[in-house]
Design a protein around this ligand. Structure first.
Ligand code: FAD
Length: 285
């Protein structure tokens, strides 16, 4: 496949990248790790007039402030895995990042790229939805904050305006009494998920006080499932399987990897698995 010739610019700052997006003649996109964009271009599914490289200016820092973790959009998936004082405070993120592709993909792919790409099967949009993350978007002159839930609109569609970039992400640290769980089924290790579940549970006296459940790969975007969260209130870890029935509101699709029915079945199994892990960890917390 021949890729249509395009112009390449290396941005000197995020503001410069936004300016280039605004003033571009034709279709322009930024490239960060290139692990989603380049396959699309190589397969002829995406033709660009201008490619703007932000890989030297995106923010790769992480920090802790007032009970929240701040993550720069330029952090590589591999950075999210490392046992560090920051990542250890929200273990759901490293647990999910470990499922992404291979080490080659994790060394190049970025947090911002994965979230902006908004693949409903991807791990990072899923955990950010479960955690109620806030994303900071910039157009170079002003910033706005949107929740993960507002940001991930549909298949490969986000709330980003054409001249906006994702700059950073803010998530709460894992609170006292809270446990976490992440479960996924893929055809091979490193493949995209057929279905996945990210869960958090606050536990007291062995029973669920509060829970958060988000599912991936079974809807046009990662989504919380409030009915399941309510249904398990007061349950012990052993009672979860009986409390979680068939999950309402799924919209899985059939493709060459799995049928919609199989994905819906997996969603329930993985929800119970992730919630059980979350409750058991919450008991021990
Ligand atoms: P790029 O490819 O550079 O960009 C992706 C999109 O995001 C583009 O539209 C780009 O314009 C936009 N973008 C990038 N950065 C920003 C920003 N800061 N602000 C606004 N827009 C931005 N992903 C998974 O989640 N799970 C997997 O199991 C998985 N397996 C993979 C297996 C293979 C073989 C490959 C090639 C990829 C796989 N991926 C998987 C995708 C990988 O995680 C990508 O790294 C990620 O989706 C995109 O990050 P990136 O930095 O490479 O983004």
């Amino acid at each position: 496949m021949f890729v249509k010739p395009f112009r390449y610019e290396r941005a000197e700052s995020l503001a410069h990248a936004c300016e280039l997006l605004r003033s571009a003649e034709g279709y322009a996109k930024v490239i960060a790790g290139g692990q989603s964009l380049l396959p699309l271009m190589n397969l002829g599914l995406l033709e660009l007039d201008l490619l703007i490289d932000i890989s030297r200016v995106d923010d790769r820092s992480s920090g802790l402030e007032d009970g929240y973790i701040t993550l720069g959009a330029g952090l590589r998936h591999g950075d999210l895995l490392l046992g560090s004082p920051v990542m250890d405070r929200q273990p759901l993120i490293p647990a999910a990042a470990a499922w992404i592709g291979s080490s080659r993909i994790r060394n190049r792919g970025t947090l911002g790229g994965s979230l902006a790409h908004s693949d409903p099967s991807a791990e990072l949009p899923l955990v950010m939805t479960a955690l109620g993350a806030e994303y900071t978007l910039t157009n170079g002159t002003s910033e706005r904050t949107v929740s993960a839930d507002e940001f991930h609109v549909s298949y490969f569609t986000s709330a980003l305006e054409e001249d906006e970039l994702l700059a950073s992400v803010r998530v709460p640290v894992l609170g006292p009494g809270w446990g976490w769980g992440f479960a996924e089924v893929a055809r091979r290790k490193g493949d995209f998920a057929l279905a996945s579940a990210a869960a958090l549970a606050r536990v007291a006296d062995g029973r669920v006080v509060e829970a958060r459940l988000a599912l991936g790969g079974v809807h046009e975007r990662p989504m919380r499932f409030g009915a399941v969260e309510s249904a398990i209130s007061g349950a012990t870890a052993d009672e979860l399987g009986a409390r979680v029935g068939p999950i309402e509101g799924l919209a899985p699709v059939s493709d060459t990897s799995a049928s919609a029915e199989h994905r819906a079945h997996l969603a329930r199994v993985l929800a119970v698995r992730a919630l059980t892990d979350a409750v058991r960890r919450g008991e021990a917390a």
